[in-house]
Design a protein around this ligand. Structure first.
Ligand code: PHE
Length: 404
């Protein structure tokens, strides 16, 4: 957790001068987080209500605490960096930008509460979030009903943007991500048999399982077994034992980093030597701390690699490092991109009402994101390449790019 804490401390040291709200010292602790279903989530800053006439309020919902905490913290860092830069560049329509962020504690119910607050009490112009698809799916119907545009930086499940015409994403979808890993496993790793271990409580995991199963089979591979766990489980030995006896050459685990670390260790303890494969949910500065050498030789699909030599990507990495003291992960990159797409749309919009901002977001074309170029298609998704990363000695290395 060292990296996470460092990022939070660095952010607080930054003072949120122009971008985000002043956060109380206890901001990091559980006590300021969502207060439960009865009263709903509270803003991390403790502030409530609309902004003054010279300020545009942007809402953000993220997992600042809980099992997906690095998703929320990295995303927030990326968003805050973008908004500071946009304010330094003059803001939007003569106004300054400010972000109001709510912690949903990695829970869909809290994400839904937070979005209700952002809409009815804070009256935000646009909502950024969530990362986990199940949380975005809990938020999207509320944003849609209120005609408040929502951009998820990183939720990849197809259903998220299908909720309605106010819901957008700046990342690829799982139909592509699952295909990319199935193709890489079959064509590059020459794997003929695979097992899948899915999180049956996660829309993300279920979606990727379906795509990988279909595509890997289409390519001529064989899925030998599909086992299931539920978010919050800590003992995966029964499922792993079943997988071991099915003798797959690869094991696809479309889950989130906290579970992946434990699963990888337990798999190796049981003598499973097979190659482990995953999706973007593996992406976290703590993945290799949690999984240790059990993850060496694994591969996962992702949105971006810090090894991308493009000058604008390297410039983003340098600026992020200067502020947060860490290399941005893909969540930070996508948070940065989502915030910049929102601001770009607000600049082009004829006014700052929900319908006008929505129309401007829908017209986003060839926007130079740091996690790939963003053109919003007719389904409000971005079509972009995926990268495959390999875990080696506690680090991730760029392997290849898979194009749609
Ligand atoms: N794509 C994941 C989901 O939809 C979230 C995620 C994105 C996690 C990028 C890590 C990195 O649930």
């Amino acid at each position: 957790m060292r990296v996470l804490r460092f990022a939070v401390v660095a952010l607080m040291a930054l003072g949120c001068a122009t971008a985000c709200e002043e956060r109380p010292k206890t901001q990091e602790s559980e006590t300021t987080q969502g207060t439960g279903a009865a009263t709903g989530a509270i803003a991390a800053s403790g502030e409530t209500g609309p902004a003054d006439a010279n300020t545009i309020l942007i809402g953000e919902v993220g997992s600042l605490t809980g099992p997906e905490a690095t998703f929320g913290v990295s995303t927030r860092n990326g968003i805050d960096l973008a908004i500071q830069q946009e304010n330094a560049a003059g803001g939007v329509k003569g106004k300054k930008l400010k972000v109001r962020v709510y912690d949903d504690q990695s829970k869909p119910e809290e994400a839904a509460n937070a979005v209700t607050r952002l809409i009815s009490q804070d009256r935000v112009a646009v909502i950024l979030g969530e990362v986990a698809s199940s949380n975005s799916l809990a938020m999207a119907p509320k944003a849609q009903a209120a005609q408040t545009p929502m951009i998820t930086p990183s939720s990849t499940n197809e259903k998220v943007t299908q909720v309605g015409d106010y819901i957008f994403r700046v990342c690829f979808i799982d139909a592509f991500q699952g295909y990319a890993m199935a193709k890489f496993a079959h064509d590059t790793l020459k794997v003929k048999t695979a097992a899948i271990l899915k999180d049956q409580k996660s829309d993300y995991s279920l979606g990727l399982t379906k795509v990988f199963n279909t595509k890997f089979t289409e390519f001529g591979g064989k899925i030998v077994t599909i086992e299931a766990y539920s978010k919050g489980d800590t003992d995966f030995r029964a499922q792993l034992t079943a997988i071991k006896s099915a003798k797959p050459e690869a094991l696809y685990i479309p889950g989130y980093y906290t579970d992946i670390g434990v699963i990888a260790r337990q798999a190796r303890e049981l003598g499973i030597k097979t190659i482990l494969l995953g999706g973007d949910g593996w992406e976290s500065p703590t993945l290799t701390e949690l999984g240790g050498s059990a993850l060496d030789g694994s591969y996962y699909t992702n949105h971006y690699s810090p090894e991308d030599p493009s000058p604008h990507v390297q410039q983003f990495i340098a600026e992020y490092r200067k502020v947060y003291g860490a290399v941005p992960d893909s969540l930070a990159a996508l948070g940065y991109d989502a915030a910049r797409v929102a601001v770009d749309a607000m600049r082009r919009a004829k006014d700052l009402t929900g319908p006008s901002i929505r129309d401007a977001i829908a017209q986003t074309k060839a926007f130079p994101g740091v996690a790939g170029t963003i053109s919003i298609d007719e389904n409000r998704n971005a079509v972009k390449p995926a990268v495959v990363l390999k875990v080696e000695d506690g680090k991730t290395k760029f392997v290849t790019t898979v194009s749609p």
